[in-house]
Design a protein around this ligand. Structure first.
Ligand SMILES: Nc1ncnc2c1ncn2[C@@H]1O[C@H](COP(=O)(O)OP(=O)(O)OP(=O)(O)O)[C@@H](O)[C@H]1O
Ligand SMILES: [Mg+2]
Length: 479
């Protein structure tokens, strides 16, 4: 199939053309023959009826016969003949006694099949015959008293020409209808195809990474809905593309700072006259930068895996109370360094249905924040509890608090509060929230001057949890 023929326009026009042609064909085939038959039958039965009436009045004497047939012809509008059989064999032939047209020897009548049949069977016959290239309606009525038949014959020219006229008009109308169908089909399809081509161009534009131009369709129906779906896809892809660019820009910026600083220290270290204490001081700073780079790299890796959906979590009973103590223990040296009082609030075991390593990772992010982003001397508590049917791990500090309008943004990637004390990358809370959601959990923050609480709520492990309790007793890891 050629390319032009495969277009929607060509196919739609062809389909429309076929439908119209078939419909018209059916109309033509049913209307024309039935009209023709009806007209012929009507004339034949008219002649039959008139013949039957006339046969009863055929005069007894031959003298009046010519007048009779002429009057009969005038009243019936047909040629009227009085005929009898001249010979029956070998081929039956008619003898014409009288003819309303006066042509008693008209040869074409001599072998008229209707009259011959009527005379042979001695009864009335009717039908159509062809004579000299024309069709005639005929009725032959047997007249027993004269052993003859009265033959009424009339040309069907008028009837057939009306049928032809109807036929011509039908064909003309069919031609016009086909032309209109072709034009309408092609026009409609052209409009349709134009909308499809516009969508195709939009898809190509989006595929090539150009998200600026909205996808619009002014029509309705399925194409409009398709265009709307394209538009939603464009908006979403544009958002993702923006987020990706921002992420790459932020990540590069975060990576550049420690690398730049490391480069500076390396240059200073190459100075041979450097004394030992300064050299050691530089090395410590370099180790800090390397640690920062390592953490950043692992955070970025986690985020990339989260984005790609490649970070999987396990589901197991995790005792959050034990985990709170483990966290307090782990961060004891850091808390000592930052002069914070860190303690795990003792409780009965609280089992969540989660991935222990990932919960620990979230806990570390929260405890580290509480220690790094609050002034020295502040108390930090880690607590496990059951709350509204959820297993909850809370990290609470008595720091100056976070302004309410900034609380929501804390969980955005690379977001840091103005004047943040420690220099992080702003990724910790973003990772924590995404990890929590991966375990069907949530992470929330409540803050007022003197108290900030980060609360990780996880699905409860029902079978492992004891009855509700309310016992809080600070122990361990206070510095
Ligand atoms: N307990 C807290 N008290 C006060 N501010 C906090 C507290 N926890 C977080 N913040 C603020 O929220 C910001 C975002 O925290 P997040 O853990 O996401 O990033 P970060 O600690 O700056 O860097 P990273 O954790 O990636 O090393 C922090 O920069 C800090 O300004
Ligand atoms: Mg942090």
């Amino acid at each position: 199939m050629s390319r032009a023929f495969r277009s929607v326009g060509a196919q739609l026009s062809l389909a429309l053309l076929i439908v119209v042609a078939v419909a018209l064909g059916v109309v033509y085939e049913t209307v024309v023959p039935s009209l023709e038959n009806r007209l012929i039958e009507a004339r034949t039965s008219q002649l039959e009826e008139a013949g039957a009436n006339l046969a009863r009045r055929v005069p007894g004497t031959p003298v009046d016969e010519q007048n009779f047939v002429e009057n009969a012809a005038a009243s019936t509008n047909a040629r009227v003949l009085l005929v009898s059989l001249l010979a029956a064999k070998p081929e039956p032939l008619l003898q014409v006694f009288r003819d309303s047209r006066g042509a008693t020897l008209s040869e074409e009548i001599q072998s008229d099949p209707i009259a011959i049949r009527g005379l042979l069977r001695e009864r009335s016959e009717s039908g159509t015959v062809e004579r000299g290239g024309r069709r005639y309606a005929e009725a032959a009525v047997f007249v027993p008293s004269r052993s003859a038949a009265l033959l009424l014959t009339d040309s069907l020219q008028d009837q057939l020409s009306s049928v032809h006229q109807v036929q011509r008009r039908l064909l003309l109308a069919a031609g016009a209808a086909l032309l209109i169908a072709l034009l309408l089909g092609y026009g409609g399809a052209w409009l349709f195809a134009r909308r499809i081509r516009r969508l195709e161009r939009a898809a190509d534009r989006i595929a090539s990474g150009r998200f600026d131009e909205p996808v619009r369709d002014t029509g309705g129906g399925e194409l409009r809905r398709l265009a709307d779906a394209f538009e939603r896809m464009r908006v979403r892809l544009a958002q993702l593309d923006d987020a990706r660019r921002e992420f790459v820009a932020n990540a590069s910026h975060e990576l550049r700072t420690p690398l730049f600083s490391l480069g500076g220290f390396l240059e200073l270290l190459s100075d041979e006259e450097l004394d030992e204490p300064t050299r050691r001081e530089f090395l410590v700073s370099m180790q800090e930068q390397v640690a920062r780079l390592t953490k950043l790299a692992s955070d970025l890796l986690d985020l990339t895996r989260l984005d790609a959906g490649r970070l999987t979590v396990q589901r197991e009973p995790v005792d959050l109370a034990a985990l709170a103590e483990e966290l307090a223990e782990e961060f004891r040296p850091v808390a000592q360094g930052t002069e914070h009082s860190l303690q795990a609030v003792d409780s009965e075991p609280v089992f969540g249905d989660a991935d222990e390593l990932r919960v620990l990772q979230i806990g570390r992010i929260l405890v580290e924040n509480a220690l790094l982003h609050t002034p020295p001397g502040i108390a930090v508590r880690v607590r496990a509890s059951l709350r509204d049917g959820r297993a909850v791990l809370e990290v609470e500090d008595e720091g100056p608090g976070i302004a309410s309008e900034q609380l929501n943004q804390l969980f955005e990637r690379f977001y840091r509060l103005d004047g943040t004390r420690a220099s992080g990358s702003g990724l910790g809370l973003a990772i924590a929230r995404e990890l929590a959601e991966l375990m069907d959990g949530t992470i929330e923050v409540e803050s007022r001057p003197g108290q900030t609480v980060f609360r990780l709520a996880l699905p409860q492990e029902k079978t492992a949890n004891p009855e509700p309790f309310s016992r809080e007793k600070p122990i361990s890891a206070s510095t």
